[in-house]
Structures are given as structure tokens and as C-alpha cells.
Design a protein around this ligand. Sequence first.
Ligand SMILES: C[S@@+](CC[C@H](N)C(=O)[O-])C[C@H]1O[C@@H](n2cnc3c(N)ncnc32)[C@H](O)[C@@H]1O
Length: 226
Amino acid sequence: MYGHGMNDVEGMPEQPRLRDYVAWHRAYDDPASSLSARLRQVQGHIADWLDRTPGAVRVLSACAGQGHDILGVLEERPSDRARVSGALVELDPTNAAIARARTARLGLDISVLERDAGTTDSYIGLVPADLVLLSGIMGNITAEDIERLVHVSRQLCAPGATVIWTRGAQEPDLGPDIRCWFAETGFGEVSCDEWIEGTGMRVGVERLDADPEPLVPGHRIFTFTR
Ligand SMILES: C[S@@+](CC[C@H](N)C(=O)[O-])C[C@H]1O[C@@H](n2cnc3c(N)ncnc32)[C@H](O)[C@@H]1O
């Protein structure tokens, strides 16, 4: 039931029915799950980024869910908490509330905003960021939307920013295309890990070599299809 047509309300685009993204997070309770393997990899890359990026830094996570990646890393690294600020953008109120409670408990200067991460308007006031997390998005949107997201990510970045992205090995395997889209957008690949811990998970790390672009409000970037 993933329609993209028009619904009965005149002029209103039909919204696809999304998965239960609160329940989706339960896979993280099982350390043997493929999502836990992916999370460990993303967290490792965030820790590496913190190690090579001194001083005050800003983080932006799109479709942040419960924020396990960045918040999990900062939970383990108390000495970095004061120098990291930023925002998590998440549509689901329950996931946002869980993330918000954790940022409060850790005393972080990270806002959790209940917004549609698929429109450039949602990033007004939140960019530029030194680390942009695009985890758990590219498997749930069309190839055309992924390409647009990669191009727009340059508008979210501070000079030299790092972007961490994920996309599993499901068909069609868009990994090679995604890497090309980052290259043509002015990013240099830091790493691309595939078949993480024997799972079909893939995590890419890119660094912006080109100059950032200013945020252009009023544009739709992507829509989740499931
Ligand atoms: C696959 S989960 C990934 C969560 C997190 N980034 C992670 O890797 O653990 C996708 C998340 O995106 C959220 N989401 C879906 N569409 C969204 C949108 N348009 N704007 C913001 N969040 C959205 C869902 O509620 C869900 O929490």
C-alpha cells in the first residue's frame, strides 16, 4: 500500500503508509541483529570523527529515530559531551521523546525536533553541521530521492564536514550509484564498509571537499515509501 498518487482530498498528495518505526527500534535490543551490527559500525565512525575533529562541533541527524548512534557514542564519551551541539530531526513523536529524554539525561546541547526531514525548510537554523548523519534513510526512499538527498546534503554541511550514510545490499543495489552521486557532489570517500559483520549492511563515510552550498528553502528532498 505504498501509493504515490493523489488521495481523496483535492490537491493533497497521498501519504505512504509507514512502518511502525517505534517497534523497528527493538532490533537494537538484540546485539546479534543486522541493525545492531550497522549501529556499531556507524558508532565507530562517529567515534573516529570525534577523534580527528577537535574543538566545538555541530551534528545534524536526519530521520534520527531514537538517536542511538550519536547519543550512544556520547554516552560512552563523557569528555566530548560539552563540545558537541546540534540537532536530531525525527518525525515520530515517540521516537523523538525517547531521544529527547536521553539528551536531557546526558546534559547535551542537542535539540530533538519533530519535523519532516524530507524538506529543506526543516533545516533552517540547524545548518551548517560538521557531521551529518543519514542513517536508515536510503533503504526507504526511491533512487531519485536518494540522488536528490546526496546533492542537497552539501547544503547541510560546514566546510570539510563528514557525512555518514547507510544503504543495505537489497536489490536494486544502489551502493555504487550512491558513491558516484557523492563524488559528483564534491565529496571524497573516506570509507565504504560492505557486508558488515556478515550482514547485508553497508555504511559509507564521505568528507566534503567542495565548498558548501547555502541552504535553499522550499524544496522537497525525499519521502519515505515504507
Ligand atoms: C530506519 S529508521 C532509522 C533511525 C535512525 N537514523 C537509525 O539509524 O537508527 C528511520 C526513521 O526515520 C523516521 N522518519 C520517516 N520519515 C521521516 C521524515 N520525513 N522526517 C523525519 N523522520 C522520518 C522514522 O520515524 C524512523 O524513526
